[in-house]
Design a protein around this ligand. Structure first.
Ligand code: SAM
Ligand code: SF4
Ligand code: SF4
Length: 347
């Protein structure tokens, strides 16, 4: 990827000297799935109160905030949710974000269920890369994991539509849980080998407070690597850039690339350059944060760009979170108390 020169822009560093490089933008807290590890159906039932519409940032508000966050150094944008494809008129937002100077990458993470209908329009609006979450190729396991009994076939069709639309890159993300979908390590690898898509295995994390996470549920990256290597020899490959969260490998027989995101067993907080904008306009620095900086209130009160920028710089420069590196030494209460949920900030 050729990157425009951005050396003239100021760089804001946090207290661990990490720059702000990536921004995840959650466009909704709602989702059509009820994944057991993210929005368990028992908790997110009929009576669950999602954000009222008035509290969700409008596209113009997102655009203004993103412009200012890009000015602080962010270059890569990822749209997420909840499920981003349930937000109406998403191409309108993408078109606006794609026009912001110095944005070098525009990607989106989706569960893929509504992708068949939207893949083409999203691409035409400026979306460059897609990540599709897919944890199982077994119809029953998939139906159980999505909490709604939804059919696997629709996601596979969504992936096909994305292929047809001609995206620059398609990644498939799978979270493997002990005793739930371990056989899918090999099944997914087999299915996506040779397709050109990059399959990435994400360690099951203790994000939020709802998924009853236990260390023993985590299938570690090393174990996954071992399982894969027994079938197809793998060779390590260099990261694409400093701070890449996935460790990359390629099949020795040339059938493509896989990645391991070892957030639990090999944390990468030292290179964490991400900020997250929640659907209701909070800026959050760590996946495991207990709160965020409210930007919506000042925005709607008519704050100037200069003051907003100062807020952003101040917030990032005070940042010192490195939760995953500290996980082992934190007490149980801190581990569970009032954390932001994954569906609020989208990973
Ligand atoms: N709904 C979209 C999706 O599922 O792709 C975007 C939002 S979802 C919160 C983003 C990613 O977070 C998904 O790939 C999902 O598998 C992952 N995720 C959610 N909870 C997780 C957890 N506890 N540990 C690891 N990954 C998790
Ligand atoms: Fe929805 Fe994504 Fe969370 Fe699953 S992981 S419940 S698809 S937001
Ligand atoms: Fe970044 Fe927090 Fe994850 Fe560490 S735990 S990599 S600081 S989001």
């Amino acid at each position: 990827m050729s990157l425009p020169d951005s050396t003239h822009l100021p760089v804001v560093l946090d207290r661990l000297r990490r720059p702000l490089r990536d921004l995840r933008i959650s466009v909704t807290d709602r989702c059509n799935f009820r994944c057991t590890y993210c929005m368990p159906a028992g908790v997110f039932g009929e009576n669950y109160r999602f954000l009222p519409r008035k509290d969700v940032l409008r596209f113009e508000e997102i655009e203004r905030l993103v412009q200012l966050i890009v000015k602080q150094g962010a270059r890569k944008l990822r749209i997420t949710g909840g499920e981003p494809l349930v937000r109406a008129e998403l191409p309108t937002l993408l078109r606006a974000l794609a026009r912001i100077p110095n944005v070098e990458d525009l990607a989106l993470t989706t569960n893929g269920y509504l992708l068949s209908e939207q893949a083409k329009d999203l691409k035409a609006a400026g979306l460059q890369r897609l990540t599709i979450s897919l944890d199982s190729l077994d119809s029953d396991t998939f139906a159980k994991l999505n909490g709604r009994g939804y059919a696997l076939q629709r996601v596979l069709q969504g992936i096909q539509s994305a292929e047809n639309a001609g995206y620059r890159q398609i990644k498939i993300n799978a979270v493997i849980q002990r005793g739930v979908n371990e056989p899918d390590v090999l099944a997914l690898a087999e299915y996506f080998r040779g397709t050109g898509h990059i399959l990435r295995f994400i360690e099951f994390m203790d994000v939020g407070t709802m998924n009853d996470w236990k260390p023993r549920d985590v299938v570690g990256g090393d174990e996954i690597l071992h399982t894969l290597s027994e079938h197809w020899p793998l060779e390590p490959i260099d990261p694409n850039y400093r701070g890449e969260v996935a460790t990359r490998y390629q099949y020795a027989d040339g059938a493509g690339e896989i990645g391991l995101i070892r957030s639990v067993t090999a944390p990468f907080c030292g290179d964490c350059t991400r900020a997250r904008l929640s659907a209701d306009g909070r800026l959050v620095t760590c996946l495991f944060a207990q709160s965020g900086l409210d930007l919506k209130t000042p925005l709607r009160d008519g704050i100037s760009d200069a003051k907003l920028e100062a807020m952003l710089r101040g917030f990032w420069s005070e940042r010192h979170d490195r939760y995953s590196e500290e996980r082992a030494s934190l007490h149980e209460e801190r581990l569970k108390s009032g954390r932001i949920e994954m569906f609020e900030i989208g990973g």
